[in-house]
Design a protein around this ligand. Structure first.
Ligand code: PLP
Length: 376
């Protein structure tokens, strides 16, 4: 089986399993317990926090471990917007993951004013519209680093500079970027950043949120006050260790791995466009994630192409694992100006560290037949 769905989840990595195993077995203590069993778990948690902070270039105390990317996005958006003394206005973009967009909609139901900035045909955020949307009462701006469906990478440092100029806290969802792009929070100019372990070969249901010390954050989960009161609940130490190990490992492989994946992506994109006349690339041609190639195949249902490819031993997705059950066209592709019929033909190939050129070549051999079979 050829696995080309790394943006949905990446295969587990041995080094991560080895690092987490002790915390699932003998180092079982509650990290809040004062005795030695608890202290051993606390030491693992502290090391994990320092590991994440080392990658992000922040202080360990600015890292909050969460139960994954969705929770981190919810905490950032709700937590910063509600704690802000600036006002009740939030700015985001039309192509965010539902973990951000739906959280903004929930804030809207509570009386927040939400501005959703559009994107161009390549999925790049309209910076003039973004600048115009920022107001003196804007409590938060949230713009994703890289899009999960079309791979387009946003100019976050530029957006960070703009937000800083206006005094608006900036959150970025870096869930897809973390495997491929550097994450220095000062260079990016962000005040909050979301991570998810399972996109990096770590455990599902684990992640982290960076929140700059100077930014107020209202907790979403109330309880025992763990994570310095920002996320109550006994911390999943194995999840935290897994997150840190997976993140450090992925970032240590840069830039060589990003270069290798970019070459594979070019091979894939050029090959698909040459071999399948009805194929159209979605997302920016070059300002996209190294291992990400997404297409529309005009006139052929995306789900049918996936079935034909799976029957031939290749697994990929229609763009978003979360929307896989839904007949609705992708909100990202609609925001980029595609019509709904074309948007329903989306297919996404996402590569990772085990992907080889031979696998890409096999896909290129199989794809024309699969698309034709899907269209007949
Ligand atoms: N944000 C983006 C951009 C994603 O791609 C995903 C996962 O699909 C999430 C957030 C949610 O992360 P998690 O699956 O850890 O909840």
């Amino acid at each position: 089986m050829i696995y080309l769905d790394h943006a949905a989840t990446a295969p587990p990595v041995r080094e991560v399993l080895e690092a987490t195993w002790p915390y699932l077995t003998q180092v079982f203590g509650n990290p809040s317990s004062a005795h030695e069993v608890g202290r051993a778990a606390r030491a693992g948690l502290d090391a994990a926090r320092a590991g994440v902070a080392g990658v992000l270039g922040c202080r360990p105390g600015e890292v909050v471990f969460t139960g994954g990317g969705t929770e981190a996005d919810n905490l950032a958006v709700t937590g910063i917007a509600t704690a802000s003394g600036r006002g009740r206005h939030v700015v985001t973009t039309a192509i965010e993951h539902p973990a951000v967009l739906e959280t903004c909609r929930a804030l809207q139901r509570q009386g927040f004013d939400v501005d959703v900035v559009g994107v161009d045909g390549d999925g790049l955020v309209d910076l003039d519209a973004l600048a115009a949307a920022l107001r003196p009462d804007t409590a938060l701006c949230s713009v994703m680093y890289a899009n999960n469906e079309v791979g387009t990478v946003q100019p976050i440092a530029e957006i960070g500079a703009l937000c800083r100029e206006r005094g608006v806290p900036l959150h970025t969802d870096a869930v897809q970027a973390a495997a491929h792009l550097t994450l220095d929070v000062d260079a990016l100019g962000v005040d909050a950043l979301t991570l998810s372990a399972h996109k990096l070969g770590g455990p599902r249901g684990a992640g982290a949120l960076f929140v700059r010390g100077a930014v107020a954050l209202e907790p979403v989960l109330h309880g025992g006050g763990q994570e310095r009161g920002r996320r109550s609940g006994t911390v999943d130490v194995a999840g935290a260790v897994g997150t840190a190990t997976a993140l450090r490992r992925a970032q240590a492989a840069l830039p060589a791995e990003a270069e290798r994946l970019t070459a594979l992506r070019e091979l894939l994109v050029d090959g698909v466009l040459a071999a399948v006349p009805r194929a159209r690339l979605t997302g920016h041609r070059t300002r996209r994630l190294p291992g990400h190639a997404s297409f529309c195949f005009a006139g052929v249902g995306g789900e049918t192409v996936l079935q034909e490819l799976e029957a031939r031993g290749v697994v990929c997705s229609s763009g978003s694992a979360c929307a896989a059950d839904s007949e609705d066209a992708s909100h990202v592709l609609l925001a980029m100006g595609l019509d709904a019929d074309l948007a329903r033909t989306a297919v996404r190939f996402t590569m990772g560290e085990r992907t080889t050129a031979a696998e890409v070549e096999t896909l290129l051999e199989l794809l024309p037949d699969a698309v034709e079979a899907a269209g007949s």
